[in-house]
Design a protein around this ligand. Structure first.
Ligand SMILES: [Zn+2]
Length: 209
């Protein structure tokens, strides 16, 4: 379900990485709106763990609905805003570095530890324009999404989607679906978009309205 351009670029990226002893593997690629919606609603209902900034489980009974929405947004995209729905964004690990029996978890500790060598190499590739169009998105100091070094975006295609993204379309999609916390979401939609979505766009492509 990835865009063909993303798949081709990833194959080329892998071929280059192999020369350096790495084996990039997609842990998570395309994710549908419905899947993102299910994750969101299960978190609101307490059927799925909700984590704080430090990755610690939160007792959601202690949170107001607004606080709950903001906490979920630290680690989960609002349905309709996940870049994984675009077919351009992937979560990548280095399969060559995975010890036997180890399950990748996609954490900061892991990115600096077992996959540290791969990420250092990738940093250099990205900085020197040799990453086959892939860039990192969720870096620290941009918005409120927790840093995700493993998340790569195929920029030439993602840029097109960023340019056509509007709050109006998003609002329509949210209202057409049974999403929990809808009143809180709609009341804070501009804030969500500014802090969780458009600030991660490559340029300021986001149009209001
Ligand atoms: Zn991701």
């Amino acid at each position: 379900m990835l865009k063909p351009e993303t798949s081709i670029a990833f194959e080329n990226f892998c071929a280059e990485a192999k020369k350096h002893g790495f084996e990039p593997k997609i842990e998570s690629g395309y994710r549908s709106f419905d899947r993102q919606l299910l994750i969101w609603n299960e978190k609101v209902l307490g059927k799925r763990k909700v984590l704080d900034k430090n990755g610690k489980s939160v007792n959601i009974a202690e949170l107001s609905e607004l606080e709950l929405m903001k906490t979920i947004l630290l680690w989960s995209a609002l349905p309709g805003t996940s870049r994984h729905e675009w077919g351009t964004d992937i979560d990548v690990i280095d399969a060559a570095a995975v010890p036997e029996g180890y399950e990748a978890e996609l954490t900061i500790e892991e990115s600096a530890g077992v996959f540290g060598k791969f990420h250092k190499w990738l940093d250099v590739q990205i900085e020197s324009g040799n990453s086959f169009g892939f860039r990192r998105v969720f870096l620290s100091g941009i918005g409120r999404v927790q840093p995700e070094p493993w998340h790569l975006s195929y920029s030439p295609k993602a840029k097109e989607i960023e340019q056509s993204f509007t709050a109006k379309n998003l609002t329509e999609r949210l209202c057409e679906n049974d999403i929990l916390l809808l009143p809180q979401i709609l009341d804070n939609l501009d804030w969500i978009l500014e802090n969780h979505v458009s600030c991660y766009f490559e340029k300021s492509y986001f149009k209001k309205g």
